[in-house]
Ligand binder design. Structure first.
Ligand SMILES: [Fe+2]
Length: 311
């Protein structure tokens, strides 16, 4: 019963073209259905994992979590309704748009749109081909990745996501965000991925501080870093430079390559065209509920992840 993984994420973005270029040329996703108004992107055998739609918020607009089957969806619907959450069911138009067999939609306590679904569309007959040569992304049982979510009331957020939706606490990090300000980040899992959702009562301008995509190899991280810090432009021929000259000559890196203390992810951070960040990583450790114990940490990085002023 319950949530198996983060299946997909949807972002409302003011500059669709910049995002299409960013997610394909820089991050290496595969665009499957793009226009001036919206686009879908693949990162594995699924029909899509990331959606962007033209809008004003420049933020995460919805997140879709996968459950096993119709019975699990029904049980989650009952559970949410018993807790007083307004749940929309039977939206066949939305289910068709998402390419799933059935879904429910509702808001979390802070107005964030969530969907639970089962029966996503698999396209094994059309292999994922990265548009930037990324060897692949860690998905499967661990889902699409994770996101760091700023909430105005951490107790309410923890209660909703753990007690109601069934996430489990992996650990916490007390993050110093100023000389006298420390924010406790709670890292929650719903499968072997160390955290699918991190939440904190943090004064951020957006809902999301960042979302993470995890590549299969360390080299994928290095190549992506070079593409995003602009140095790949210096390495490529003049034709490619001309093609990439739209917005890609300056660095978008916001934190250098480093390794996190809790999930042990080797990653870097880069700004997205909407201002919030993307974490591109590799090499995280998994959580095994049989042996895992909750711990706390005083910093986010073992090494690296140094803040970068953009050029
Ligand atoms: Fe992260």
């Amino acid at each position: 019963m319950g949530i198996k993984s983060l299946g997909y994420m949807g972002f409302s973005v003011s500059d669709v073209q910049a995002w299409r270029s960013y997610l394909t040329k820089k991050i290496g996703l595969m665009e499957v259905n793009g226009s001036d108004e919206k686009a879908l992107f693949r990162m594995d055998s699924r029909e899509w994992r990331i959606a962007i739609e033209k809008g004003d918020s420049d933020d995460l607009e919805f997140a879709g979590y996968e459950v096993a089957d119709s019975k699990a969806l029904r049980l989650m619907t009952e559970r949410l309704r018993e807790a007083g959450v307004q749940v929309k069911t039977g939206d066949t138009e939305l289910a068709e748009k998402r390419g799933v067999m059935d879904l429910i939609s509702f808001n979390d306590p802070f107005g964030m749109s969530l969907e639970l679904y089962y029966g996503a569309t698999e396209l094994f007959e059309q292999p994922f081909i990265s548009s930037a040569g990324v060897s692949g992304f860690v998905t499967g049982e661990q889902g699409a990745g994770h996101y760091f979510y700023a909430v105005p009331d951490i107790e309410k957020g923890l209660s909703f996501y753990t007690e109601l939706l069934g996430f489990q606490l992996s650990d916490v990090i007390d993050i110093a965000i100023g000389p006298d300000i420390t924010v406790r980040g709670y890292f929650l899992h719903c499968n072997g991925r160390h955290h699918t959702l991190a939440i904190a009562e943090a004064p951020l301008p957006k809902r999301v501080h960042h979302f993470l995509l995890q590549a299969l190899t360390l080299d994928d991280v290095g190549y992506a870093y070079d593409r995003l810090d602009g140095s790949s432009d210096k390495l490529t021929d003049s034709n490619l430079q001309a093609e990439e000259s739209d917005n890609n000559t300056s660095s978008m890196i916001t934190a250098t390559i480093g390794r996190h203390v809790n999930d042990h992810m080797v990653s870097f951070y880069a700004e997205t065209p909407s201002g919030f960040e993307l974490e591109f990583g590799w090499g995280a450790r998994d959580v095994d509920d049989c042996s895992w114990v909750v711990t706390r940490h005083n910093r986010t990085a073992m090494w690296g992840h140094k803040s970068v002023r953009r050029k």
